[in-house]
Each structure stands twice: as C-alpha cells, then as structure tokens.
Design a protein around this ligand. Structure first.
Ligand code: HGY
Ligand code: MN
Ligand code: MN
Length: 420
C-alpha cells in the first residue's frame, strides 16, 4: 500500500484519559457554583483558558498564534508539509453565561488530542494540522455570535468593533485589545489562509443520537439563523400620578409584541425556531413607567425563504402593534443555511465506520463556526450524544466513553483528510 493510501486508511489510537483530564481542567476555568460555566468571550476567564490550551500545545512541540480578532491557532507542521494548506480541527472556548463544560471546549480538546495522537504515532501526512479556537462563538456578551469564524470567512468587519457594546457595557474593540494583551507571547499570523479541510466536533445539543442509541452524528449541514434586536420606545412617567390614558408604557407594548410575534411564528410542523432570550427594561425602577425595552429575537429555519417570511412578519407586527410606543427592528446576525463538503462528511462517516462506531447522518439545529468556514473551505462536523440533549445549561453533560469515541473519529478523519 503506498504511503498516501496507508495514511488515507489510517486508524489513529488516542489517549482517552488525557482527553478527559484536559476537559476537566479546562472546565475549572469560569466554573459556576451550580456546576455550569460562565467563560464569556474576551473575558479574563476565556483568556486564562486560551493560555492553558496554548501551553498544552507548546508542551508537545506545536506553535501558538493568533489573528486580528483573537482566534487561536495551534500548529503541527510535519517535515515536508510546510506551505501546504492545513487541515484544521477545533471549535470555541467561550461559553454561555450559564453554560456547560462541553459546548465548544469539547471540539478544541478533541482536536488537540487528535493532533497529539497523530504526531505521537508518526502517521504520515501530506499537510500540516492545526487546532483552532474561534473567538466569540456564543454571541451572548457581544453580538453577532460566531464572530471569529465570520471574520475569518470575510463577513464580519472588525471596523464595527468600537460601535458594538457588550452586555456589560464594554466596547468590543477595547475587550479584544485587553484579551490579546493577556497573552502577548501569542503572536499574530497572516490571515485568512487557505484551509484544505476543517472538522468541528461538538456535542449534539439535541436528543436524537441518545434517543436512537447512536454514538456519532455525521453532520451534513446547519440551518439558517437570523437574530434581531427590537427597541420599544415609550415615555418614562411617575407610577403613582400618571393616569393610564397618559402613559406610553414600553413594558406593556413590548410584552404585547412578544405575545403577538410568538403566536405568529407558531409552526405546526415544529421546524421554525423562535426565541426571545433577552428582555431589558429601562430605567428598571419599580415606581417609574418604563420608557424603553430592548429584547432579542433568535429565529432559525433550514429554508432561507421561511427566514425572509419570518423577518417580514416581525417587521409588520412591530410596526403595527407597538402603539402608543414605537418599535425599531435591527438585524444583528444573519447566517444562511449551509451544506457541508461531501468529502469531509465522507471522511467523518468513513472514520466512524472503520472504528465500528454506530453513526447516522443528520443536520444541525444549533449554529456553529464550521458553518462560517464552510463558505470558504471544505468543512464538516461530528456530533456526540449529550445527556437528554441538554445544552446552554449548567447540567450539560455526556458519557466519557462517548467523548472519547468522538475524539477517536476526529483523529482518524483528520489524518485521512491530511493524507493527500
Ligand atoms: O446558538 C447556537 O446555536 C450555538 O449553540 N451558539
Ligand atoms: Mn458551541
Ligand atoms: Mn453554544
């Protein structure tokens, strides 16, 4: 068998206890008393996680680099491969404010284990391998989400950073400077750069694999996502003296809009996803009629036409039912549905089959960085089951054996993609 054929059929053995140990150590950074994680984008906690992962990579002979927005790239360049487009594995290190220990972190640590195992076993490669941690995937502190991968793919303009205010009031550009200054030894590299292939491993964040008793999801694509910010403007007034007829109460108007939007978005086929996750009242005083409410909308569907129809409905209801207040609708994130590259999908499916791991093809309801990279390079994903499909919750969890099996597939699929 020729060397490329041997590599293309390689099965890479990984160190499962090393994988779990690193995941557990990473989960201590930003840990909440309830067992969840709060390690939001560009915070000192995420900076500490970034430094820990970069040092793990350096300890095994890899290099650590960054870019203008703060993405982290850990590189393994075997002799004779320098200059070839790399194969990447990875995900994100930031979490929801009340998130779990696996969303994002699993993909980064599974990819690090995959590259270390490949290097230790001297699997022959025609390309370098890289582990990537994209910044601000969650979008909980700064919108839009999947920001680092969007910037890499050319559809987030960093010039907007000074105008983007975080949920804690810090400007994005200021947060990025502070975040990168915390790891001055991680130098910038030329980006973007050509990518030969990317695999993102992630917990499914849904119930399908667990319900069907399967251990690997071979992800074929990601549904479309559209985020909105709705600002409902009324007039502040004294709660004790202002007659009802004289009020322009932003809370009454905003709650009426949310109910009307929710009713209009109800989908009997249960495919459309509509969520109001943030609802901020100003001035937020018990004895002052609210003059402003800002709420968010997260809308998702596999069909972009349904997203367009949903946006038209949102604009129509906000324009027509906010009186005596007004409502301003702003799109804060748009990700069209994406189909992953069949060569990468086949590499994941082939690795699972070679390892005898029960798998199925499926789509992703959650958004992921791989969806952004799929617009500029061959990308794909692998899911592993999580308990009850729970995610974006402190109780997020998975069986260690499933996490190890998924990393085994990542290592074998990355080696095969980098064999030629
Ligand atoms: O929102 C999402 O779909 C991802 O989990 N951040
Ligand atoms: Mn994620
Ligand atoms: Mn998430």
């Amino acid at each position: 068998m020729s060397q490329p054929d041997a590599a293309a059929a390689a099965i890479v053995e990984i160190d499962g206890s090393r994988l779990i140990d690193r995941l557990r150590r990473l989960a201590a950074i930003g840990a909440r008393p309830d067992g969840g994680l709060n390690r939001q984008a560009f915070t000192p906690e995420e900076g500490e996680a970034r430094r820990l992962v970069a040092n793990w990579a350096r300890d095994i002979g890899m290099t650590a680099e960054t870019d203008a927005i703060g993405n982290l790239y850990l590189r393994y360049v075997p002799d004779g491969t320098d200059g070839q487009a790399p194969v990447l594995g990875g995900s994100h290190l930031d979490t929801q404010p009340a998130g779990g220990w696996l969303d994002g972190a699993y993909g980064v640590i599974a990819a690090l284990e995959a590259v270390q195992a490949i290097a230790e076993q001297g699997v022959p490669l025609a390309r370098p391998l890289e582990v990537v941690a994209w910044v601000n995937e969650e979008g909980s502190r700064f919108q839009p989400g999947v920001m680092g991968s969007a910037w890499f793919a050319g559809h987030f303009d960093l010039a907007r950073a000074p105008q983007i205010e975080g949920s804690d009031g810090e400007a994005l550009d200021h947060a990025i400077v502070g975040y990168k200054a915390a790891t001055p030894d991680i130098e910038e590299r030329e980006t973007p750069f050509p990518i030969a292939g990317l695999i993102e491993a992630h917990i499914e964040q849904g119930p399908i694999l667990e319900r069907e008793g399967l251990k690997v999801g071979v992800v074929e694509g990601v549904q479309g996502i559209r985020w909105f910010r709705v600002e409902v403007l009324g007039e502040a007034a004294h709660a004790g003296t202002t007659p009802l007829g004289a009020r322009r109460d932003a809370v009454l108007a905003a709650t009426r809009l949310v109910q009307a939007l929710s009713a209009a978005m109800a989908d009997p086929a249960d495919v459309l996803r509509f969520t109001v996750g943030r609802f901020v009242v100003s001035p937020g005083s018990p004895n002052t009629v609210a003059d402003k409410v800002t709420f968010t909308i997260d809308m998702r569907h596999p069909d972009p036409h349904e997203l367009d129809k949903g946006e038209a409905t949102i604009r129509e209801i906000c324009a027509g039912q906010a009186a005596p207040c007004t409502a301003e609708v702003t799109v804060t994130e748009t990700l069209s549905p994406v189909a992953f590259d069949e060569r990468v999908v086949a590499a994941v499916a082939g690795a699972a089959e070679a390892l005898g791991i029960a798998a199925r093809r499926m789509a992703s309801g959650a958004g992921h960085d791989a969806a952004n990279i799929a617009r500029v390079a061959p990308a794909g994903m692998i899911f592993v089951p999580c308990h009850g499909g729970v995610s974006h919750h402190p109780a997020e969890n998975a069986d260690e054996a499933d996490l190890i099996a998924g990393a085994h597939v990542v290592a074998t699929a990355m080696a095969r993609l980098a064999a030629r």
